[in-house]
Design a protein around this ligand. Structure first.
Ligand SMILES: [Fe+2]
Ligand SMILES: [Fe+2]
Length: 401
């Protein structure tokens, strides 16, 4: 395997880093990449402007998930766990022992490359890994770069590669931190990393989570879930917004409900239960033990108590997996937008996609029937609220008929 090793303070990891990771993966044909957040030496950390190691690690994990599958990326906390001074020679030695048969490439920027011979034990590093340096087309130090390459090859028998990183807009974490402190900087970051920063009020952002713009709310919600769920959340939001216009509901409320509806989808059972308890969400016995049902409940609690959503929005999230009798317009919209959004590829999806704009109640009823049939086939117990919702809509239809 060809493995890229990409270290840095990642304070925070930004689009420049992610673009560089992609360029390296392409140029070196990497099978995978390991992101290694460095320890920030105490004398370098400026309190208030640096994020704690646990936050830097988590932001790298979010970025790594977003880089996959284009670049399969792992995050290692090996440097953060190391006590005392941290040197690249120790990291590459450890990685060489861990991956004895693999081709390892240590990625670095131009400045690092040009000063490589001054690092601690450059010979040891070159014995363990190959060196890959990023270089921009516009770099006027090309000659200096070529001379350094020759020097390292001669002096340390280094294997060096140059990665053309021409597309990158130069930015530094320092610039990104200053922009964030001024309420800007979101455009320099992956949306989910930005959301993580807002949620945790890092770098002086101090966001009031109950007064976020739609853009900020999306970022926060996206930062709580895996990348693979994002198309579904986006699809649900757009479908819910169109349905709100069609059926006379408030579009912004429909968007907010959809943005947050699955935000706790990846919480484990313990997190689900503790979140519900924290926000005063009462659960029945079936909900307490059924993980797929719980994210609607915990999500409703977080929507109301963390993001300051209205009762109407919170209730729509709360009932989006089971439905219930007497559903409000917004509850119906979220329930069925979740089913009918364009990324759903089930045989019944096309039928639902037409029905949601022509007969809302019939669409919701059809959605409930699909759930009932699915649970019967798979042997999963049906939540009584699903049956209650179906009976309510059935009676309603009969009266109208
Ligand atoms: Fe859901
Ligand atoms: Fe969903």
């Amino acid at each position: 395997m060809r493995i890229g090793i990409y270290g840095g303070t990642f304070d925070p990891i930004h689009l420049g880093h992610m673009q560089a990771a992609k360029a390296a993966a392409k140029a070196l044909k990497l099978d995978c990449l390991i992101l290694i957040p460095d320890n920030i030496p105490p004398h370098k950390a400026v309190s208030g402007t640096s994020a704690a190691p646990a936050h830097r690690l988590e932001m790298c994990r979010i970025a790594a998930d977003r880089l996959c599958p284009a670049v399969p990326t792992l995050v290692s906390d090996m440097e953060l766990r190391r006590e005392g001074a941290s040197y690249t020679k120790d990291t590459v030695r450890q990685l060489r022992a861990q991956y004895p048969e693999d081709e390892l490439w240590l990625l670095m920027g131009t400045d690092m490359f040009l000063s490589f011979h001054t690092w601690r034990e450059p010979q040891t590093i070159c014995e363990c890994v190959n060196l890959a340096a990023f270089q921009r087309d516009s770099d006027d130090r090309a000659e200096e770069f070529a001379a350094q390459k020759r020097r390292l090859e001669g002096e340390f028998e280094a294997t060096c590669a140059v990665i053309d990183n021409g597309e990158v807009i130069p930015m530094s974490s320092t610039q990104v931190r200053s922009a964030l402190a001024e309420g800007k900087g979101g455009n320099c970051l992956d949306e989910s990393v930005w959301g993580y920063i807002l949620r945790n009020r890092l770098y002086g952002t101090n966001a009031d989570l109950t007064r976020l713009s739609l853009e900020q709310l999306r970022a926060c919600s996206y930062s709580m879930v895996k990348a693979k769920r994002l198309p579904h959340i986006r699809g649900t939001e757009e479908t819910a917004a169109k349905m709100a216009l069609r059926w006379g509901a408030d579009e912004e409320s429909a968007r907010k409900a959809a943005i947050l509806h699955d935000c706790t989808k990846y919480f484990d059972l313990a997190q689900q239960l503790s979140t519900c308890e924290k926000y005063g969400i009462l659960l029945d016995d079936m909900e307490k033990s059924t993980l797929p049902l719980l994210h609607a409940k915990s999500g409703a609690g977080i929507a109301r108590c963390v993001y300051g959503m209205s009762e109407e929005i919170s209730e729509a999230i709360r009932w989006h997996t089971t439905g219930r009798g007497d559903m409000t317009l917004l509850e119906k919209i979220l329930y069925i937008a979740d089913y009918a959004e364009p990324n759903r590829q089930y045989p019944w999806a096309e039928e639902l996609r037409a029905l949601i704009y022509t007969d809302l109640d019939a669409a919701v009823k059809r959605g409930l029937e699909i759930t009932i049939a699915h649970n019967q086939q798979t042997g999963h117990p049906l939540h009584p609220k699903t049956l209650e919702a179906w009976l309510w809509l059935d009676q309603h239809h009969r009266k109208e008929g």
